[in-house]
Design a protein. Structure first.
Length: 318
């Protein structure tokens, strides 16, 4: 077994005839942030619940910091912080009391407990809300408190299920900064989210799952390059050209070329794949203008993680 901080090896979880997780294997190294993405019902939360010792796989094995989540769940929980998609509110309890309860649950005592609560409240910027009842917190503040609960025992591994769900833009930016800071401290993070633009900015790698199967895994940049390339490995750029008039003549000109792959066209534009080299693109544009086609815009379309996701997945549910 490798020295990965999180590792799944052939994990399968069946619910009757449904395979919620189907032979999934991946790892997360120390200080790495892995984004875990997929449609609703793809198997993300089930995989995370297995890693968090809240469920057991039908087959396969999983480890956190070298400890089996099946054979050694108590020790795993001391090394892992779990932030679920949502958590219940509690009557007549404030933020400080909530964190104090979980600090005691993890065995923190005396000055260590007080220090842990103070550090977590400072990190999540909840100091001014320490005496505020949980029931009165906004969605963003509840997410901060839930993250604080996961951090209270200073775990090496964090598993965060949809931490940015329902947050306003400022709260998402602040959460992103906290995630990057935690990774810089050497913590390993597995994060699921439907806000793919956020994941692209914080993740070292991304794993895409659908219908329980892992479809792709790699760096965001690597997946983007693969999406833009042919199967033979040639790198392409996706370009868009806009015209002053109907592009019927332009479409004929594009279709006459072997080095162009037309993706789509509208009444005044064509989206196409072409070689990524800027020198070749410049020559191509000059030839296009020389053909008497009136061009008013020529630009490269930036492929996003959303594009990769749509290309890899098929929109299937189970």
């Amino acid at each position: 077994m490798s020295q990965a901080m999180i590792q799944l090896d052939g994990v399968t979880r069946a619910f009757g005839n449904t395979l919620a997780v189907d032979d999934v294997s991946f790892h997360v190294d120390a200080g790495e942030v892995l984004g875990f993405i997929g449609p609703n019902g793809a198997g993300k939360t089930t995989s995370m619940r297995i890693l968090s010792t809240l469920d057991t796989p039908t087959s396969g094995e999983a480890w956190v910091d070298g400890l089996s989540v099946i054979d050694d769940p108590d020790r795993v929980r001391k090394r892992m912080g779990w932030m679920p998609d949502g958590f219940g509110t509690y009557p007549n309890i404030n933020c400080e009391e909530y964190l104090d309860f979980f600090a005691r649950s993890y065995g923190l005592r005396g000055k260590n407990r007080i220090r842990a609560i103070r550090n977590v409240m400072g990190f999540t910027q909840l100091n001014q809300l320490s005496k505020k009842p949980i029931s009165g917190l906004s969605k963003g503040m509840k997410q901060r408190l839930c993250l604080g609960r996961a951090l209270i025992h200073n775990p090496k591994v964090l598993i965060l299920d949809e931490p940015a769900a329902g947050l306003d833009p400022r709260a998402r930016i602040e959460l992103r900064e906290m995630i990057l800071e935690l990774a810089n401290e050497g913590k390993s993070l597995l994060i699921s989210s439907h806000i793919l633009s956020e994941l692209a900015e914080v993740c070292d790698r991304v794993a895409i799952i659908e219908k329980g199967k892992l479809l792709a895994i790699g760096s965001v940049e690597g997946l983007l390059q693969k999406e833009m390339g042919h199967s033979d490995g040639a790198e392409l750029a996706q370009l868009e050209v806009k015209f002053m008039s109907e592009p019927s003549g332009a479409i004929q000109w594009f279709n006459s070329r072997d080095d162009v792959e037309v993706v789509s066209s509208t009444t005044d534009s064509i989206l196409f794949n072409y070689a990524a080299c800027h020198r070749r693109q410049s020559k191509f544009l000059a030839e296009l203008i020389d053909s008497k086609i009136e061009v008013y815009e020529f630009s490269e379309k930036q492929t996003s993680l959303e594009d990769v996701f749509l290309s890899v997945t098929r929109g299937e549910v189970q």
